[in-house]
Design a protein around this ligand. Structure first.
Ligand code: DGL
Length: 261
């Protein structure tokens, strides 16, 4: 048993889609969420820059005595998780597109991963596809500017819907019937995505799988908490903006603190 918090981070508010699933599955766990909004989008950073940012965030979590860390960000996972596992001792759980799930679900044999352009072109994602989805075709589609729109709380604006249509309608035309959301900002766009692709196309995000993996690790290492969980929120960016947008996305009042990392 261990009542220390879990560190969860993303470049911005997208990681809240993963935190939601963790809170649902593990209500006793406390968390510290860091949105690295002074440096969003991570998709535009080099691997070296990402290693620097994630190293600082994990250093902050270490000071806070977290018992485990969840990378609630695909981009940070695919470019930095291997290095971070060498540097830090706590268990680290990453977020990656659920390629095995879409491969299993697809009937047409045509699937897609919809992510940031950085994740779409990462060798890490290609390895996952080769390993877990070699029986289907997987189209990797990099969405333009969507994480910025979600950062502004624009989950159903005209611009957001037009960008989604541009990326998703060609997939429907190609008979893709299972799409993995490979950016943690995108689950907040699920409603609009589903309207565009229609009921025949399955949309799967990674949040549930990440929460289940976290539970497995905490259970195996005897680290589950026996108290009621509480959640702290930090941003390296603008506190008022984080509180406003995350409050809208989560449907509850959120109070955050600023940190410089
Ligand atoms: N939410 C992050 C992810 O899952 C990416 C957003 C960004 O590029 O900053 O990849």
């Amino acid at each position: 048993m261990n009542n220390n918090p879990i560190g969860v981070f993303d470049s911005g508010v997208g990681g809240l889609s993963v935190l939601l699933e963790i809170k649902k599955l593990l209500p006793n766990e406390s968390s510290i969420f860091v949105a690295d909004q002074a440096y969003v989008p991570y998709g535009a950073k080099t691997k070296e820059e990402l290693i620097d940012r994630v190293g600082r965030i994990l250093g902050f979590f270490k000071e806070k005595n977290v018992k485990a860390v969840v990378f609630a960000c695909n981009t940070a996972t695919v470019y930095t998780i291997d290095e971070m596992r060498k540097k830090f001792e706590f268990p680290i759980i990453g977020t990656v597109p659920v390629v095995k799930t879409i491969a299993n679900l697809s009937k047409s044999g045509k699937t897609a991963v919809f992510s940031t352009p950085a994740t779409a072109k990462s060798p890490y994602l290609q390895e996952l596809i080769d390993k877990f989805a070699s029986n289907v075709s997987v189209e990797c589609v990099g969405g333009s500017n969507l994480e910025e729109l979600v950062e502004n709380g624009e989950i159903d604006s005209y611009e957001t819907i037009e960008i989604l249509k541009k990326h998703l309608l060609p997939l429907v035309k190609n008979r893709v019937d299972a799409i993995a959301l490979g950016c943690t900002h995108y689950p907040f766009l699920r409603e609009e995505i589903e309207k565009i692709v229609g009921p025949e196309v399955m949309i799967v995000d990674s949040g549930g799988a990440v929460a289940r993996r976290l539970k497995q690790i905490l259970t195996a290492e005897n680290l589950l908490s026996n108290q009621n969980g509480s959640n702290l929120y930090y941003t390296t960016g603008n506190v008022e903006k984080f509180e406003r947008v995350s409050g809208k996305l989560l449907g509850e009042k959120i109070e955050a603190e600023h940190i410089s990392l």
